[in-house]
Design a protein. Structure first.
Length: 589
């Protein structure tokens, strides 16, 4: 590529390639055609066309989880507003994704000024997209001039990589194709600055609390993975020799099968949705060091009852107990300083304890049993222990009953569990799997509910088109079960009735799989499920849609525990009637 032909679009692609990106997910549009043309001609980065903007956004976000940065190119207005949901999730869960768009050109804007014409896909406010993305990015920029564009791009990318959050880059239509100079060397990303006095005070208070604690615990959050500091955290745990847990979002931030992950891991903590043994263990701790943790309302019980025992250290800030707050905190530096202190000041902080066992490991299942949430995940756990192929999967979960059940699994390798457990957007999992499937060589397995899958089933078309070997399990009960459990958990009893808005359409999944050119399997019982695992293990180059038939009245145990705690309603206290019975409402297809 000669300097004479080098454009603003090339400049951005050059920078993205420097950060290791080799895929840009896109849905085309006329405004952004100059960027798309440059992308088609740019060596080392491929365009991956998707059929929906939201799906492309989910894919870019999933890709970023493994490659450190993602990118999505969409049309102005109709495309950017559609992709917004995915970018909001990336913002909340700290995933750097670059949103690339274009708006009316310089000559278009002369027409707008002179005639008052409303250009297509615009609201009439030609900075509306920028304004909206300011709420879910660390930089939202309009590139109106080729001379200043490189500097704006560089500053935005530096923020994306240092803050681990998305950015929005919208160029006037004529600017992406305008000539500019090539980048001068690699872009240096400065580490966030820290305040020495705040860092020292925080370290002192943390050490003081840990040394006084009789039952300390470390709680790991997703920022550990985003910063890539797992090795430093493992070193810390080795020297502290105290148990640890993770949030659902951060599950598998460390390997659960070897080293400290095997020796000190007490199971994933998801509030009352945790294994009772894990929940009770965590509830009994007198000092909890939470590193890189995003506290959602799944963790309200901990915040309410153990808030005074918490030390919360995040990117940029920290909190000790419920009152003391610290700004100017560098999380990676703090962990390094704490490791250095523990190394040079050995002490008896060895909190010996009995690590809770995973009940899945000892629960028998019979081949003829109809599938329930419980025996599905018992079977998955057994496959995880026995099959190298299942161990090698990237397991992708969405906002569904299955997310909380899957969080109870153990024995997952590092960075193999993916969810949007903080943002919680229905449909994320299937779209995300396109990105994870293209980010590394590992096969992705999705476990989705009917509702979430229906929102993003089109991604199967893109998965098939790109010849990925993704496996999508759809837990088919034809209801929004997780929604219903919080609306009225008594609906799951014999006498209960589901709310009309929580009932889903009946789909012919076999016909859908045929339309999207993927293989289809139907699972009715445990025998079918084991056979499905055998089939996908034998055919590792194919993509699958697997319908797992559930009774709509089957309430996932993890959701039951969580919903009962939040709503205060116990299923056992719901009115019941033997006259209605517990009919199996599955539709056989």
């Amino acid at each position: 590529m000669s300097t004479a032909n080098f454009t603003v679009a090339d400049y951005l692609l050059w920078r993205l390639k420097q950060f290791g990106l080799d895929k840009v997910f896109q849905v085309p549009g006329d405004y952004v055609q100059e960027f798309m043309t440059a992308l088609d001609n740019f060596p080392g980065i491929d365009a991956v066309g998707d059929v929906t903007e939201l799906g492309a956004g989910y894919a870019a976000e999933g890709y970023a989880r493994y490659r450190g940065i993602g990118a999505v190119s969409v049309q102005y207005g109709v495309g950017t507003f559609s992709v917004l949901n995915a970018i909001a999730g990336a913002y909340v869960e700290r995933n750097p994704v670059v949103v690339i768009s274009a708006s009316p050109s310089a000559s278009n804007r002369v027409d707008i000024e002179q005639t008052g014409v409303l250009f297509h896909h615009s609201t009439g406010d030609y900075s509306a997209d920028k304004k909206i993305f300011e709420n879910v990015t660390v930089a939202s920029e309009i590139l109106a001039d080729a001379n200043t564009a490189p500097g704006i791009i560089d500053r935005a990318l530096q923020l994306a990589m240092s803050e681990k959050r998305p950015i929005y880059l919208e160029a006037w239509q004529n600017v992406w194709g305008a000539p500019c100079n090539k980048p001068n060397g690699n872009l240096i990303v400065q580490q966030p600055t820290s305040d020495p006095s705040s860092m020292a005070a925080l370290l002192e208070k943390t050490i003081n609390r840990l040394e006084k604690a009789e039952k300390p615990l470390v709680l790991l959050g997703i920022e550990i993975a985003r910063l890539g500091i797992q090795a430093e955290v493992e070193s810390l745990l080795c020297h502290l020799n105290i148990p640890y847990t993770t949030s659902t979002l951060a599950k598998s931030v460390l390997s659960e099968t070897q080293g400290v992950g095997k020796e000190l891991f007490i199971g994933t903590y998801a509030g009352e949705a945790s294994w009772p043994e894990t929940f009770n263990f965590v509830s009994g701790r007198d000092c909890i060091l939470a590193l890189g943790m995003i506290f959602t309302d799944d963790y309200l019980t901990m915040l309410d009852k153990q808030g005074s025992k918490l030390i919360r250290v995040n990117m940029g800030q920290a909190r000790v107990g419920q009152c003391e707050r610290f700004n100017g905190i560098n999380l990676a530096q703090f962990i390094g300083d704490l490791v250095d202190y523990v190394k040079h000041n050995p002490r008896q902080l060895h909190a010996q304890c009995s690590i809770p066992n995973n009940p899945y490991l000892n629960t028998p299942v019979h081949e003829g049993e109809k599938i329930t949430y419980d025996n599905f995940f018992v079977t998955y756990q057994q496959q995880l222990m026995q099959s190298q192929h299942v161990q090698g999967l990237n397991l992708i979960l969405g906002e569904s009953s299955s997310l909380y059940m899957a969080a109870r699994l153990t024995g997952i390798e590092q960075n193999r569990f993916v969810s949007d457990a903080a943002w919680g957007s229905l449909g994320h999992e299937t779209g995300c799997s396109l990105g994870t499937g293209l980010a590394n060589q590992r096969r992705s397995a999705v476990i989705a509910g009917d509702g979430g899958f229906m929102m993003m089933c089109q991604t199967l078309s893109t998965i098939s088109h790109n010849k990925l070997n993704t496996v999508v399990f759809v837990m088919s009960n034809q209801v929004y079960a997780i929604e219903q459990s919080f609306v009225d958990i008594c609906a799951f009893t014999q006498a209960g009735e589901f709310a009309p808005f929580d009932k889903l359409h009946h789909w012919n999944y076999e016909a859908l799989a045929k339309a999207y050119l993927v293989e289809y399997l139907n699972v009715e019982n445990v025998r079918d499920l084991n056979q499905a695992f055998s089939t996908i293990n034998t055919n590792q180059d194919k993509s699958y849609l697997i319908k797992v038939n559930l009774n709509k009245k089957d309430l996932a145990p993890a959701i039951k525990d969580l919903a009962e705690a939040i709503t205060g309603t116990q299923v056992e206290n719901c009115p019941c009637s033997s006259e209605k019975g517990n009919n199996d409402d599955r539709t056989m297809q």
